[in-house]
Design a protein around this ligand. Structure first.
Ligand code: CMC
Length: 446
């Protein structure tokens, strides 16, 4: 793959650094497996030929010890709380770039120079309108439909409109599909909001930045000239950056798996949106705010901490814990700072949810249960407070996550399609059903 500067995207190599020998203690049979090393991060045992050579599978439900692909896009060191996109620290990107620069970085492998930035912005801006017929889809939904349900539907429906970018074997069509998805997602998300409140859809404006345009399409109305507060637009942009990509999480893996069958990109992204919706993943930002509302006051925090620690109670502290981070999620730190800035510019003092969140964080970070299990606040812990302050209803929180993650999904999808090792994803299982029995005719079944 080439960056838009015409030189290859920086991509390190996976090297074999040795072998590892596995012995079956029941038979004494041994097998030597290659030991692989990427640019950085843990080594991996290459089990690709294991079944063919030994007849054994590996067993890893939840993929806690499995690398599913090679990727040069995002790196996470969960113990140190490090997140890099194409080698750049998330803190540097959030501080110094806008979201579209980060999109360029993820999708094309490099940060854009000024000319490339202008070109990329223009390309995205000129794809923001959706086919007029697509707007009819919205009226098929109930007004009280969850906007994530609407987003799953309309994103999947894009494949019915943009046939000229569904040939996944054509690099140009792949790139056009990527541009369309990044560009149209804010329009479709804002339309989902407008539909839910019964207001007219707002067409995108080409004179506004990506984040400004989204805020305008969401909160503007045709009746008045709507001014976007630059601090809020910057905060929105930063929230998009913080959600742009996160390695092989559940929704990204879903996109890759769907894409591995050569499904079209719009269908793949719709599958990612569906996976993101769950409260253990992107749905957590909505769940955090609902939890803070349920807690209601600082005095009730100990009761909820107790419940979170109780094995017999399904309640979990939403916005806490992460499969990979066993340290403070670096995105959560930036999000907390952004939260203060937004509340400040909006003149919101003594925000009750913020007070509960801060106290909850303090107590949880000192509690042995959370300390021992290395459960820290994640990206979703503070984002809901910011989004609520900006005027978004809770049901829109995960939609904003989906909007911002679209670039990550499509970049990972593209990387997968370009990977010569790409195969259809097809895991196996440890079968626990009946091993085989004689058929019983209906009249003989008791
Ligand atoms: N509250 C209470 N206990 C928890 C929590 C929590 N939020 N998270 C994990 N634990 C406990 C869990 O009960 C388990 O205990 P034990 O070992 O005694 O059985 C231990 O910590 C390990 O948890 P796990 O569920 O095995 O870990 P996982 O890696 O499978 O799950 C997680 C990660 C994010 C799903 C989980 O921490 C969780 O459900 N958190 C709350 C939901 C949330 O905030 N999700 C957003 C994740 S970040 C944004 C994103 O990527 O989407």
């Amino acid at each position: 793959m080439e960056s838009s500067k015409g030189r290859p995207v920086w991509r390190g190599e996976v090297k074999q650094v040795g072998t590892i020998t596995v012995t079956d203690d029941t038979t004494g049979k041994t097998v030597k497996l290659p030991l692989l090393e990427g640019e950085t991060g843990p080594r991996a045992i290459d089990v690709r030929k294991l079944y063919a050579e030994t007849g054994y599978f590996t067993f890893d439900p939840g993929f806690t010890s499995t690398a599913s692909c090679e990727s040069a896009i995002t790196y996470i060191d969960g113990d140190e709380g490090i997140l890099l996109h194409r080698g750049y620290a998330i803190q540097d990107l959030a501080e110094n770039c806008d979201y579209l620069e980060v999109c360029h970085l993820l999708l094309r492998g490099e940060l854009p120079n000024p000319q490339q930035k202008e070109e990329f912005e223009r390309t995205i801006t000129y794809h923001t309108m959706v086919h007029e017929q697509l707007s009819r889809f919205y009226s098929g939904f109930r007004r009280d439909a969850h906007p994530m349900a609407v987003m799953c539907g309309v994103t999947g429906a894009l494949s019915a409109f943009y046939h000229d970018s569904t040939d996944i074997l054509d690099p140009r069509q792949r790139m056009i599909a990527a541009h369309r998805l990044i560009a149209k997602m804010p329009t479709m998300a804002a339309m989902a909001y407008k539909y839910s409140v019964g207001q007219p859809f707002m067409y995108p404006r080409n004179d506004l930045s990506y984040a400004e345009n989204f805020l305008y399409m969401t909160f503007g109305t045709p009746c008045e000239t709507w001014k976007v507060d630059p601090v809020l637009a910057r905060a929105m942009d930063k929230i998009f950056i913080l959600h742009a990509d996160h390695e092989q999480n559940a929704s990204t893996s879903t996109v890759r798996l769907a894409g591995s069958s050569h499904a079209n990109p719009f269908a793949c992204i719709a599958s990612g949106i569906a996976a993101l919706w769950g409260p253990a993943h992107g749905g957590a930002n909505e769940a955090v705010l609902l939890m803070l509302e349920e807690i209601g006051s600082v005095e009730r925090i100990p009761e909820f901490i107790k419940r979170a620690k109780d094995k017999n109670d399904p309640f979990r502290l939403m916005g806490f814990g992460h499969r990979v981070y066993k340290n403070y999620d670096p995105r959560a730190k930036i999000m907390r700072q952004t939260c203060y800035e937004v509340l400040d510019v909006l003149g919101i003092k003594d925000e009750p949810h913020l007070a509960i969140a801060m106290e909850l964080e303090k107590i949880a970070l000192e509690d042995p249960y959370f300390v021992e299990k290395k459960l820290y606040p994640n990206v979703d812990f503070y984002s809901g407070i910011i989004l609520k302050a900006m005027g978004f209803p809770t049901s829109m929180f995960t939609v904003l996550f989906a909007l911002a993650r679209t670039v990550g999904w499509i970049s990972q999808w593209q990387e997968m399609i370009e990977d010569p090792q790409q195969k259809i994803g097809r895991p196996r299982q440890l079968y626990t059903g009946n091993p085989g029995r004689p058929f019983v005719p209906l009249n003989k079944r008791g």
